[in-house]
Design a protein around this ligand. Structure first.
Ligand code: 6PG
Length: 257
């Protein structure tokens, strides 16, 4: 399938469009499948407004009883830490929706051993998610991703060990430039998803987007280049500021929203 690009006017219209896109995707799934919709949430600041808009939906727009929420990556800090992606989602979404506790699958016990947290998370996801392909990777219905100005995504940072992982679903990843540990979905796990959606806004991401799309293949330095879902669909939802004057790859089907 060809990659899809939606370009929105600004950050707010991007968050509204992304929310509407996600609701449509979820409800299309729920209308045709008995299986719950699995959604891997992105951390950082970009998705926050979309989470708020999801939380503001009238009750019943989404049947949260049939949605599983997991985290595409997490900082190795306690769940109530200001840096925690779980805490960011809790404050902007979980505290405002009627979702059964058993449907919320954060990384277990981050903040102590990142390795132990990653192992526990992988075990939990393997008990929960369907698998796909010869390598029995997780069949996640939608993985949301942000992208840093250094072209990292999830917690797959340039020059880090996790970039070469070929079989595991979740790994602990030491990030020297941040002097910290992260827990993250691996590239193979992301690429096994049915839908992968990059949500990117702001002029500060223009250069990273250009490298992602037009630099020679160099995933060691530009990890977001590893994201090539197959047979799943890759989506880019950007605002005009993030796109700037970057030339669109021939392969993209682009829509100006
Ligand atoms: C995290 C994210 C990370 C994020 C990018 C973009 O834990 O920080 O998972 O990959 O998506 O760093 O962050 P912003 O959305 O804040 O620019």
């Amino acid at each position: 399938m060809r990659d899809q690009l939606h370009v929105c006017h600004d950050a707010e219209s991007l968050a509204v469009h992304a929310r509407n896109w996600l609701v449509r995707l979820m409800n299309q799934h729920l209308a045709s499948s008995q299986r719950p919709f699995s959604l891997a949430l992105a951390g950082g600041s970009t998705p926050k407004r979309m989470y708020q808009l999801l939380a503001e939906l009238p009750a019943g727009e989404i049947d949260w009883r049939r949605v599983l929420l997991l985290w595409g990556d997490e900082r190795n800090v306690p769940c109530d830490d200001a840096e925690s992606n779980f805490r960011m989602v809790k404050e902007n979404l979980l505290d405002h929706i009627a979702i059964p506790a058993e449907n919320v699958l954060p990384v277990p016990n981050p903040g102590e051993s990142a390795g132990a947290a990653a192992d526990a998370y992988e075990k939990l996801l393997k008990q929960t998610l369907p698998t796909t392909g010869k390598r029995a990777l997780p069949s996640i219905d939608c993985v949301l991703l942000g992208m840093g100005a250094d072209v990292h995504t999830a917690s797959l940072f340039p020059g880090t060990i996790a970039l070469s992982e070929k079989t595991r679903w979740i790994v602990a990843n030491h990030v020297p430039k941040l002097d910290t540990w992260r827990i993250t979905l691996t590239a193979p796990a992301i690429n096994a998803a049915n839908n992968v959606m990059f949500l990117i806004n702001g002029a500060e991401k223009q250069e990273a987007l250009d490298k992602l799309w037009h630099a020679a293949p160099n995933p060691e330095n530009y990890p977001a280049q590893l994201v090539r879902p197959n047979p799943g669909q890759l989506w880019y939802l950007l605002d005009k500021a993030a796109l700037g004057n970057t030339k669109l790859p021939e392969s993209l089907i682009a829509q100006i929203i």
